[in-house]
Design a protein around this ligand. Structure first.
Ligand code: HDD
Length: 742
């Protein structure tokens, strides 16, 4: 018997969006209300990204809605998108099915090569606004007019992991800013750490090979805790300053919004007379600095691998626009000559105590992308993109980068016309004779495509402009061709020590813990020992702590190319804890609720959260939500198993008597409390939460950062306490390794 032909055209019918309140008849949402997405696209971007393919075509009514007709890329309307063309009902597929052929062809070619480093990233649009003119030192157009806004796109990233890796890897974060200035695109391609592992670009492929998964086994993914990385590092003493930073909590930021950004290298600002001033660029987050702790990072990676991108998406869509100040450290040759280190050495920073940071502008991110691939994936940063008024120094790392980035874009994007992609296109006029190539979208019009030509001003096309055009700083250079490292780059430990002694004791402990963790994953004892031999040149106590954590006999110190300076003064700006925001604004409270929880306390908590500029999410035994003591229902954002406390900055546990009894038998609820406690979070709780604390073994340990929420009036004080973000004294009581901290 022949089978009946089947179609699935019903699947094409749009379905109504189901919200939690549709299901539960909920009165209160399970999270802070989201504001509507704020800023519309500008004309260029909306034309290119926002218009769905074929949306300009025919429409027809489906279930009362006007719906565009699906077409092929050639614009041919499609009748059936569910079945290939067959000979007979159960027969073979036909070659003439051009719709199927085109659909598969395009799908098969959807991926482009991921970035060899910084593959996992997340971007957003915004603007830079000048708040202090730099016209005294630079002719750069972007630095002339106070109050003027320049469109910007920022892409944050991890370095080592592949595109699909998780956000909370211990890693450097990329902080790449594209500024669409009126005199061309300026790409400031920086990191959240002001120094780099290596001094010369020729070592970059070795560094990256060593950091990435080992080539025979292709693991570990997105982490440096393996032999190859530490082998390379322990053979490359210049990396130890950066290692101090990557082993610190800077490498596990709480949010992309709570990190600093740095241009790293010394650049030049050049004025209209050609006079140069050295400059280092800083992005300082208005949100304050904040990181997570390592045990929390490990668990966040499981609970929400998209923790950072989700946070940025939610903050921008919620109207809480992340903001950074642009700061510059300006200095001249005299300072450069007198400084203890070479300003061309990217493994060194200039302490802010020596050269203060002058704030000259602000960067605000106010719009998420319309399409991740079109914008975040295809954006192409190139360090060599600098407009007139900004120039390079001879930092050998920067010089090498200026070659590498353009080269990498042709591999990734496949065409020299990658500047025709809207995200990469300047927003100022362009005029040149470059033409053709793959995917050329904008070939110059007219007969003339060369210069000079004799076709006159109207037909002859653009001409160079010796006054307005980019002029390199006329630095003189002379000397023999040679492969050398300057003697002035030979100190590898002094600033590593300066960073370490600038940290608070808890931050120093975290650096020790991180080194022990990473080296405990290294299989070869000689690599562990060699690493510790370098630490001895940085800080004896740190070296002893790490050796003891590894059960290792203390080796001899590594031979230093130059004797380290041991008395560089501490710099407060290098610590995260000393630069915390003292505010819960922009942070997230997790509220674990059960049926019958006190409605007045819950409402007071929401009010206090809102007043602080923070947000909340509700966690409940069932995703349908709970009914409070006054009969009002509240939707849940998370079922308890999917909403662990690691996802929140602070937690509140509001339960009824029955709820407390019920949840005390639930492992996820106990973890919720023990993790919040172990991660030094502020914890508010109703008396009915006691059975959970009993089962979790926390009762005798609750400290002054565990605050009762018995009546509505307690809510405000609790949220105010949360401003400290963590209660660090607790860590010394809950961590075995704490015994080694002085
Ligand atoms: Fe790099 C990407 C930052 C040294 C070669 N780098 C890349 C990105 C950032 C940085 C943020 C991602 C850009 C994006 O979001 O698309 N890189 C740095 C910093 C460095 C540094 C702050 C040192 C101060 N990089 C560096 C060197 C080289 C490269 C020395 C090679 C000589 N970097 C690249 C690259 C990448 C890249 C291979 C990969 C993808 C891309 O450029 O677009 O060309």
């Amino acid at each position: 018997m022949a089978k009946k032909p089947t179609t699935h055209n019903d699947a094409a019918k749009p379905t109504a969006k189901v919200t939690p309140s549709d299901i539960t008849g909920t009165d209160i949402g399970g999270e802070s209300p989201q504001k509507a997405s704020p800023v519309p696209n500008d004309a260029v971007l909306s034309l290119s990204f926002a218009e769905p393919q074929g949306s300009g075509g025919e429409t027809r009514q489906i279930a009362g809605d006007e719906v565009a007709t699906l077409t092929t890329q050639q614009g041919i309307p499609i009748a059936d998108n569910q079945n290939t063309l067959k000979q007979g009902v159960r027969g073979p597929a036909l070659l003439e099915d051009s719709h199927f052929r085109e659909k598969m062809f395009h799908f098969d070619h959807e991926r482009i090569p991921e970035r060899v480093v910084h593959a996992r990233g997340y971007g957003a649009h915004g603007f830079f606004e000048l708040t202090d003119s730099l016209a005294d030192v630079s002719r750069a157009d972007i630095f002339q007019r106070i109050g003027e806004r320049t469109p910007a796109f920022v892409r944050f990233s991890t370095v080592a992991g592949s595109k699909g890796s998780s956000d909370l890897a211990r890693d450097v974060r990329g902080f790449a800013v594209k500024l669409y200035t009126q005199e061309g695109n300026w790409d400031l391609v920086g990191n959240n750490i002001p120094v780099f592992f290596i001094q010369d670009a020729i070592k970059f492929p070795d560094l990256v090979h060593a950091a990435k998964p080992e080539p025979d086994r292709d693991f570990p993914q997105a982490q440096t805790a393996h032999d190859n990385f530490w082998d390379f590092i322990s053979l490359t003493p210049e990396s130890f300053h950066m290692i101090m930073w990557t082993m610190s909590d800077r490498a596990i930021p709480r949010s992309l919004r709570t990190m600093e950004g740095f241009g790293v290298h010394t650049f030049r600002l050049v004025d209209a007379e050609g006079k140069s001033t050295f400059v280092k660029f800083h992005w300082k987050p208005k949100q304050g600095l904040q990181s997570v702790v390592w045990n929390e990072a490990v668990k966040i990676n499981g609970a929400d691998p998209d923790f950072h991108r989700r946070d940025l998406w939610e903050a921008i869509n919620g109207g809480d626009f992340p903001e950074w100040e642009l700061g510059v450290q300006l200095f001249n040759d005299a300072f450069a000559d007198s400084f203890d280190f070479d300003v061309l050495d990217a493994t060194k920073l200039i302490p802010e105590e020596l050269i203060p940071v002058r704030i000259v502008g602000r960067l605000v991110l106010d719009r998420v992308v319309d399409n991740f691939f079109a914008e975040t994936e295809q954006v192409a940063f190139c360090t060599q993109n600098v407009p007139p008024g900004i120039d390079f120094s001879n930092d050998p790392l920067l010089q090498g980068r200026n070659f590498s980035y353009l080269d990498t874009q042709i591999k990734r994007l496949g065409s020299p016309n990658f500047t025709h992609i809207p995200i990469n296109a300047p927003k100022c006029p362009m005029a040149h004779f470059q033409q053709d190539g793959h995917m050329a979208m904008r070939n110059p019009a007219g007969r003339v495509n060369y210069e000079p030509n004799s076709w006159g001003a109207t037909l002859g096309g653009p001409r160079e402009d010796p006054v307005r055009g980019f002029t390199s700083f006329a630095e003189s250079a002379d000397g023999p061709k040679q492969r050398v490292r300057s003697e002035s780059f030979a100190d590898h430990y002094s600033q590593a020590r300066q960073f370490f002694v600038s940290q608070t004791p808890i931050e120093q402990k975290h650096i020790g813990d991180a080194l022990v963790f990473e080296l405990s994953k290294v299989e070869r004892p000689d690599i562990r020992s060699r690493t510790v031999s370098h630490l001895l040149n940085i800080d004896a106590m740190l070296a002893a702590t790490v050796a003891s954590g590894l059960g290792l006999a203390l080796p001899d110190p590594a031979v230093a190319a130059r004797k380290p300076i041991s008395d560089l003064p501490a710099s407060d700006r290098l610590s995260i804890v000393k630069n915390g925001p003292q505010s819960f604004k922009g942070r997230k409270l997790g509220i674990l609720l059960s049926d019958g929880a006190d409605a007045a306390v819950f409402r007071a908590l929401l009010k206090a959260v809102d007043a602080e500029g923070a947000v909340y999410e509700v966690i409940a035994p069932k995703i349908a939500g709970v009914t409070l003591s006054d009969g009002v229902t509240v939707a849940a954002k998370h079922k308890i198993d999917g909403g662990p406390s690691v996802l929140f900055d602070a937690v509140a546990i509001l339960l009824s008597t029955e709820g407390g009894e019920l949840l005390s038998g639930d492992a996820a609820a106990k973890d919720f409390a023990t993790d919040a406690f172990a991660h030094c979070k502020y914890l508010g709780f109703s008396a009915e939460a006691q059975p959970i604390f009993v089962k979790a073994g926390l009762v005798g340990d609750l400290d002054e950062a565990c605050l009762p929420l018995t009546k509505a009036a307690d809510a405000k004080a609790f949220i105010e306490a949360c401003r400290s973000l963590r209660y660090w004294p607790r860590e010394l009581k809950v961590d075995l390794d704490a015994a080694t901290v002085a």
